[in-house]
Design a protein around this ligand. Structure first.
Ligand SMILES: NC(=O)C1=CN([C@@H]2O[C@H](COP(=O)(O)OP(=O)(O)OC[C@H]3O[C@@H](n4cnc5c(N)ncnc54)[C@H](OP(=O)(O)O)[C@@H]3O)[C@@H](O)[C@H]2O)C=CC1
Ligand SMILES: O=C1O[C@H](COP(=O)(O)O)[C@@H](O)[C@H](O)[C@H]1O
Length: 499
């Protein structure tokens, strides 16, 4: 912590030096192969990794360094766009890698890891891309092997618990060895370019902030729709469900970024202080509110893009009460957002992959065009996170022409998008930003303990409410936007989901 004795320990002591070793747990896993190794390669390609950085990979599989390097090269060939695979860059990256086979649950084996890592004096960044059930022993093993000292940072992948109690348990185990300023909790949505661009849009322009409140905004919609189903993560997903898999982390982070007050600077403490205030101001959706403010669903057999898709229970191999879809109507109880609903929805096997935030502004107070028969639509700001990354402001404009009987208006998008402005920039994987920040020691885009715990507190109330009201997921056919009750959730307020 900061030694200044005047900031109540809130100010992080930022470790300015880049780490010279990255220790990657779970290096043979899906996340490492699909995202982490390609991200590290991308950083290396662009000359962003410290020249001397070594990457020590570890997992249970009985491989040696040569075999791991071959597997890593295979992963790059599969998951990196061929345009960016340059022989020289691949060879340079692969040469950074070494591998140590280790059963992370056996604390006695960590000595071998310490040997491979060597001195931590010049900074060690550790990334746990393993199941959370391994976190406690891993942390104990690292400590015992001398891999947890002052120059060591620890990054943890989600899920950080399954409820507030288990999350506290993990956080306590981490905090016993790694102080908060050296703990980097990953939410990969914070690494997405458009998510960071949301902050630039809000706080880099004079235009939006004066309107960014209940006086001018009617409601906010946040949609994270996926076409994929279980993708082989049977045990994990069925024990988790959409609320805990997506809302607890990614969607609440998006909501917090939309709703937060301007931090006085773009730095870790200030940004996270503002986000946590929003999370704490979320009105609980408890047993008295779950039936009106939440809808859950589970996909049945259907079709997406013309291809037949089996039901969730069929993919799982047994009946289940787990929700694969959730829609919520949330409120942030503070002055800025008084009376403004935040509608959230996420689900698997929806018609298209689409993540977006829609800010629906209120209509103009009086239409001067009504007497001429022209209809006005209220402005809408649409922030597309994926698959397209762009920001559009829907505005009203005059339809060109000499209309004798009046004036015709139409809705036109003002494209504030990155697609055109940065057409020559390589689209980065979200983990590139996060891995670079971990290596360099900047925690701004990582989630602080109080944020995670505020998120869980809100989620636990919803789950307890569902249990108290014996709510079970409603069926929806794969390829639809969830059960019809999710449409009714907004239509009751005269609002339609933006599609
Ligand atoms: N995959 C994804 O898209 C996402 C994953 N996550 C989270 O990231 C973490 C990793 O996910 P993912 O890569 O998909 O999981 P996988 O099951 O594909 O990989 C798990 C990794 O952990 C290693 N491992 C398992 N048990 C041990 C052990 N006892 N000792 C040492 N290593 C062990 C495996 O090694 P080996 O194979 O050699 O046994 C493997 O490298 C999970 O917590 C997951 O929830 C979060 C967001 C997205
Ligand atoms: O964390 C998770 O995120 C993915 C969706 O990530 P995205 O970047 O592709 O939007 C989701 O599929 C997965 O279930 C969840 O665990």
């Amino acid at each position: 912590m900061c030694p200044c004795n005047s900031c109540w320990g809130r100010k992080p002591l930022v470790l300015k030096e880049s780490a010279n070793t990255l220790l990657l747990f779970g290096a043979t896993g899906d996340l490492a192969q699909r995202m982490l190794l390609p991200s590290l390669y991308g950083l290396d390609l662009d000359g962003l990794l410290p020249p001397a950085l070594r990457i020590v990979a570890t997992a249970r599989s009985d491989l040696d360094t040569e075999a791991f390097r071959t597997a890593a090269e295979g992963a790059l060939k599969r998951f990196v766009d061929a345009d960016y695979l340059k022989d020289e860059a691949v060879a340079r990256f692969i040469a950074r890698l070494s591998y140590v086979a280790l059963d992370a649950s056996d604390i006695a084996q960590y000595g071998r890891l310490a040997e491979a890592v060597g001195s931590t004096e010049k900074g060690l960044a550790i990334f746990l891309s393993t199941a959370p059930s391994l976190f406690k022993t891993t942390i104990a093993g690292l400590q015992r092997a001398g891999l947890a000292g002052d120059n060591v940072r620890l990054a943890l992948e989600k899920p950080l618990g399954t409820d507030l109690a288990s999350s506290r348990d993990i956080n306590d185990a981490v905090a016993a060895v790694f102080p908060e300023e050296r703990t980097f909790r990953i939410d990969h949505y914070l690494g997405k370019e458009t998510v960071q661009n949301l902050l630039a849009l809000r706080f880099g322009n004079a235009l939006f902030e004066p309107l960014w409140n209940a006086g001018h905004i009617d409601h906010v919609q946040i949609t994270v729709a996926e076409t994929v189903g279980l993708e082989g993560r049977v045990g994990f997903y069925d024990g988790t469900g959409a609320l805990r898999d997506m809302v607890q982390n990614h969607m609440l982070q998006l909501l917090a970024l939309v709703a937060m007050e301007p931090p006085n600077q773009f730095s870790a403490t200030e940004v996270r202080d503002e986000k946590v205030k929003v999370l704490r101001a979320l009105r609980p959706i408890d047993a008295s509110a779950v039936e009106t403010n939440s809808v859950t669903g589970q996909y049945q057999a259907g079709a997406i893009g013309g291809s037949a898709v089996p039901a969730y229970a069929e993919e799982l191999g047994q009946p289940s009460g787990t929700e694969t879809f959730v829609a919520l109507k949330a409120h942030v109880d503070n002055w800025r957002w008084k009376g403004v609903p935040f509608y959230l929805r996420t689900g698997k096997r929806l018609p298209q992959r689409q993540s977006m935030i829609v800010i629906q502004f209120k209509p103009v107070p009086h239409s001067i065009f009504a007497s001429k028969g022209a209809a006005l639509k209220a402005n809408k700001l649409i922030i597309n996170l994926q698959p397209q990354e762009n920001i559009r402001l829907l505005t009203m404009a005059k339809q060109p022409g000499l209309d004798r009987d009046g004036i015709r208006l139409r809705e036109v998008p003002l494209d504030l998008g990155m697609a055109n402005a940065f057409a020559d920039t390589r689209r980065r994987i979200a983990y590139e930003r996060l891995l670079l920040d971990l290596i360099e020691g900047d925690p701004t885009l990582f989630v602080r303990r109080d944020e995670v715990e505020a998120q869980w507190e809100w989620i636990d109330a919803i789950r307890n409410g569902w249990a108290a009201k014996a709510m079970t997921p409603r069926p929806y056919a794969a390829g639809n936007w969830g059960p019809s009750a999710a449409i009714a959730l907004t239509e009751r307020d005269g609002v339609s989901w933006h599609e």
